[in-house]
Design a protein around this ligand. Structure first.
Ligand code: PLP
Length: 399
């Protein structure tokens, strides 16, 4: 495609699309494996993966085939009727963890968070009456952009311009048990946390903190909700990010990679909560439609495969070693390595946004988390050679 066409696309976006996103001025046309190609044919090694969505990379044949096959049969009939793929996916999700018994499907991560908040309040009201409505969330959290989700998102920039947002939220310090203890009370219906924070800077919850949060929730009859929208689905080498801690949450939100790039969200919950939710309490037109759930079934089956997860762990430790070397070689520039698995942060002295832009000329896509953290979220199907190429490009742009 000619350069003038690229310019026309960028121009049309600027003119007609609400300018809530700051995009670089190239246009993606297609993807293959772990690479994206723009309209000039330039190749980019993708360490963003559509913000942790494209776990299987681009053009996975099983995903493509599942989309075509299900689209030919049935895309949508609404939640007024039964269709097979939703129940099948829900069964697989429930069987993926001992903590959960039921699933509610939504269309996005933020909607999964909204659902979880509503279910927590519904449960608390049924068991304890009207006063138990407070949600405890954490500094550095990100849970989405709707009014309930921004209310539990720490960053003021996302929340303050839209006040009043949903009331009844208290923030505690992440990984700080004393702070969480102080935030707890009989008015708390749920504690909501990301086992590994995404947009907020790639901090990892200590195992002891997760265990303490579980104990505090039990003591105060509050529900423990894990947001695994970014850290779940194999990204850290286990299917769920909280798995190594052994802690059982009462609810969990899942979204980004679940349907291979089609919009979907899910709330997984236990039977005690499910018993308090009745027909008509919550709903959605599109959520759990046969297309997205059929494709998600294929994605979940592939990612749950022990060999697939073993591959993620193997490339994760290679990435870790490569980043340790980078940090050792650039002590004044690389200040801290964060994250786990294929969800990594590099805190640098300087602007992460400037590094992200500079990486484009080296054919590398990276994300950021806040002002000074470079965020790496490669497709889970990457290999060591891709890690070598990405780290070499980062070395160049950080110099
Ligand atoms: C992206 C994200 C969300 C919001 O998901 P959307 O699909 O963008 O609404 C919520 N929580 C976490 C941890 C996320 O990474």
């Amino acid at each position: 495609m000619a350069a003038d066409t690229t310019e026309a696309v960028v121009q049309a976006d600027r003119e007609y699309i609400l300018q809530t996103y700051a995009r670089p001025d190239f246009v993606f046309e297609r993807g293959e494996g772990v690479y994206l190609y723009d309209t000039d044919g330039k190749q980019y090694l993708d360490f963003v993966a559509g913000i942790a969505v494209n776990a299987l990379g681009y053009g996975d044949p099983d995903v493509t085939e599942a989309i075509a096959a299900q689209a030919a049969k049935l895309i949508h009939v609404s939640n007024l009727y039964h269709t097979a793929p939703g129940g099948e996916l829900a069964r697989m999700l429930v069987e993926s963890s001992p903590a959960f018994d039921k699933v509610f499907f939504s269309n996005s991560g933020a909607e999964a968070i909204e659902g979880a908040i509503k279910f927590a309040r519904r449960y608390a009201r049924e068991h304890f009456g009207e006063g138990k409505t407070t949600i405890v969330a954490f500094d550095g959290s990100f849970h989405g952009r709707t009014m309930g989700a921004v209310a539990v998102t720490a960053r003021e920039k996302y929340r303050e311009p839209f006040m009043p947002v949903m009331p009844g939220v208290r923030f505690a310090d992440y990984n700080d048990l004393a702070s969480l203890e102080a935030a707890m009370g009989d008015d708390v219906c749920a504690v909501l946390l990301e086992p590994i924070q995404g947009e907020g800077g790639l901090r990892v919850a200590d195992e002891s903190f997760l265990k303490a949060a579980r104990a505090l929730c039990d003591r105060h009859h509050a529900l423990l909700i894990f947001d695994e929208i970014q850290c779940g689905m194999g990204r850290t080498g286990t299917l769920w990010g909280h798995e190594p801690s052994g802690v059982r949450p009462d609810m969990m939100t899942v979204a980004k990679p679940l349907a291979g790039g089609l919009p979907i969200g899910a709330v997984l919950l236990n039977q005690r909560i499910a018993d308090t939710i009745h027909a008509g309490d919550h709903g959605t037109t599109f959520g759990g439609n046969p297309l997205s759930t059929a494709v998600a079934g294929v994605v979940l089956r592939k990612i749950s495969d022990p060999d697939f997860l073993a591959h993620v762990r193997q490339v994760s430790s290679y990435l870790d070693e490569s980043l340790q070397d980078l940090a050792a070689d650039m002590p004044g520039t690389v200040l801290e390595l964060r994250g786990r698995g294929l969800m990594r942060g590099i805190r640098i002295a300087g602007s992460a946004g400037a590094i992200r832009e500079a990486a484009h000329s080296h054919g590398l896509l990276v994300a950021t988390a806040g002002d000074d953290v470079i965020r790496l979220l490669p497709p889970l199907v990457i290999d060591t050679q891709h890690i070598d190429a990405a780290v070499a490009a980062l070395r160049e742009v950080l110099r």
